[in-house]
Design a protein around this ligand. Structure first.
Ligand SMILES: C[S@@+](CC[C@H](N)C(=O)[O-])C[C@H]1O[C@@H](n2cnc3c(N)ncnc32)[C@H](O)[C@@H]1O
Length: 239
């Protein structure tokens, strides 16, 4: 993967961050716009999720599983985990490692989850919809964030879908995009979570903004078995 790293793109910390976000959130339908160093991290995270899912599922119901997976949520494993990664890049930027990223994914044996749309993101949302339907996790690393948000917003799952955007915080046009995203709260009945993560040691390519759509998200019931409450506030212990 190191051969794809372009220092000026500033994704050396972001790529592992994306890997671990995907390992943690376990999305199945992932979209990347702006390929390169980050692409194999996304594909590998999805493939590692699938391996983990299968190993965990095989353990469920065995006597030993309580030791190995003491927190396993049985219903999660009722649905299959079939991850897909759709990547869009117009492949015309001579400084980008995007055109080489597929070969690296093939070398790593993770290209199977990936489908590439070579072209401009503008006008490609229909093809993305055809490939995966709604998107659970999107990562965008181009200058066209506003175009992306306008065309692709409805493709981000309103029940918890996450959009991660590179480098918006520290220049006026980027901050305007953040304000635009914040203004989307109205459309979302106020239910939109936005977190800006800043890398303070850099003057550019130095942030990732995470947006989570929660308009249609339903809080899960208390999933813990009765009697296992751990309530540091003591509120639940009052009769
Ligand atoms: C900043 S680089 C991506 C860096 C990559 N994520 C990495 O970690 O190395 C931006 C990429 O977006 C692509 N790109 C820029 N504008 C685009 C657009 N409007 N549609 C499709 N691809 C675009 C470029 O071809 C380039 O490969």
């Amino acid at each position: 993967m190191a051969s794809l790293r372009v220092p000026e793109m500033g994704t050396d910390s972001t790529a592992p961050l994306l890997y671990w976000l995907i390992r943690t959130l376990r999305p199945q339908r992932v979209l990347e716009v702006g390929m390169g160093y980050t692409s194999p991290f996304l594909a590998k995270a999805l493939q590692d999720n699938k391996k983990a899912y299968e190993a965990e599922r095989a353990l469920l119901g065995r006597p030993s599983s309580a030791e190995v997976q003491p927190l396993a949520h049985g219903e999660y494993y009722d649905a299959p985990y079939e991850p897909r990664l759709v990547c869009i890049d117009r492949m015309t930027d001579p400084t980008s490692s995007a055109p080489r990223s597929l070969a690296v994914m093939e070398e790593l044996g993770v290209a199977g989850v990936c489908q590439i749309i070579e072209g401009d993101l503008r006008g490609s949302s229909g093809r993305v919809r055809d490939c995966v339907g709604l998107v659970d996790f999107a990562w965008i690393d181009t200058w066209n964030t506003l175009d992306f948000v306008r065309e692709y917003w409805d493709l981000i799952d309103p029940a918890g879908g996450v959009l991660a955007v590179h480098y918006l915080m520290t220049y006026p046009e980027g901050r305007a995009v953040i304000r635009y995203l914040e203004s989307m709260r109205g459309r979302e009945n106020g239910r939109l979570e936005i977190t800006n993560l800043r890398e303070p040691h850099r003057f550019a390519q130095n942030s990732t903004t995470l947006i989570r759509r929660t308009r249609d998200y339903v809080e899960p019931e208390d999933l813990r078995p009765c009697g296992s409450s751990n309530d540091p506030t003591g509120v639940l212990d009052i009769d």
